[in-house]
Design a binder for this molecule. Structure first.
Ligand code: ZN
Ligand code: ZN
Ligand code: ZN
Length: 301
């Protein structure tokens, strides 16, 4: 079973011509925004001991302890929930901050802070006929901005799944949401890899694409479907005998793994890419220099 917000058809072409009529593409636009937005490097530090909070700690003492571990940071502030929010100067410092286990002699745990728009999680087991407005209204423990039913594909047909994507108005992803007498575990949402509809590569969107147009069907340098007569299907990412939109493509699968690592471990795209080995190159590839991941995205970090 494959869950996704937008369907991965064999054929990504014709759908995009009518984005207004296809709700799945709205999310795509959001992904586009988040991929080009400048990130901030936040880390939440909380005391492991139950009911312990930083509330009573002297700000000067707290700042000294933070400096001891990390050096100078952009700012640090106490949150309402008793945690400490540290804004780091860069990704390197953030990576270091996430690994802190002790602060001022106390055991602490650290989680990566995300921009509010990115605090998204999935809950499962919501009947398909349940109203999502009603669901949001009944969630009592955290603020939810938006709920969206995830789709799944069965026998090539896109249909509603029992999973709902929640965008929280919170800085941290909650572990559970409570509605009435029910409680649901929240799992991190891993967005599908972003494929450029112009050049078909992963990791950026057409709006910022500087590469040549590629047809998702045959890999030729033309718009979708304007293929030469007798052209066969060829994926321009792996050279395989399928459309570039095919969910079974090795390059797609690798990019999906990169996305998962990126979200679950709070890594940058560039870091996450290094964790996943490239698939063995297909000898049928054309000779042009096409890297699966996108250099443009690396530069934007
Ligand atoms: Zn592109
Ligand atoms: Zn073509
Ligand atoms: Zn492929």
């Amino acid at each position: 079973m494959h869950e996704s917000e937008r369907g991965y058809g064999e054929d990504g072409g014709p759908k995009r011509k009518k984005p207004k009529h296809n709700s799945h593409y709205r999310i795509h636009t959001e992904d586009m925004d988040t991929s080009v937005r400048k990130e901030s490097y936040k880390v939440f530090i909380s005391l492991i001991k139950e009911a312990e909070s930083f509330a009573g700690w002297s700000p000067i003492h707290l700042m000294k302890e933070v400096h001891k571990e990390l050096g100078k940071v952009v700012r640090a502030s106490k949150t309402r929930s008793g945690a400490l929010l540290v804004e780091c100067v860069n990704e390197e410092q953030q990576t270091k901050a996430v690994k802190i286990t002790k602060l001022g002699g106390q055991n602490v745990k650290c989680v990566l802070g995300r921009d509010k728009e990115l605090v998204r999680g999935v809950i499962t087991g919501i009947p398909v006929d349940e109203s999502l407005e009603g669901l949001i209204a009944n969630i009592g423990n955290v603020k939810v901005k938006e709920a969206k039913r995830l789709k799944m594909k069965r026998d090539g047909v896109l249909m509603d799944s029992l999973s709902v994507l929640l965008t929280f108005d919170e800085l941290m992803l909650p572990q559970k949401v409570f509605t009435g007498f029910m409680s649901y575990d929240v799992r991190v949402y891993v967005p599908p890899p972003l494929r450029c509809f112009k050049c078909q590569r992963y990791g950026h969107v057409a709006a910022i694409c500087k590469s040549k147009t590629r047809c998702s069907k045959c890999g030729g340098e033309h718009n979708y479907g304007e293929c030469a007569e007798g052209a066969t299907q060829k994926c321009c990412n792996c050279g395989g005998n399928h459309s570039a939109a095919y969910g079974g493509c090795e390059v797609f699968k690798r990019m999906r793994e990169v996305q998962r690592i990126k979200v679950e471990h709070g890594m940058s795209y560039a870091e996450a890419v290094k964790q996943v080995p490239r698939p063995v190159p297909n000898t049928q590839r054309d000779g042009t220099d096409r890297k699966a991941e996108c250099d443009m995205q690396k530069k934007s970090k």
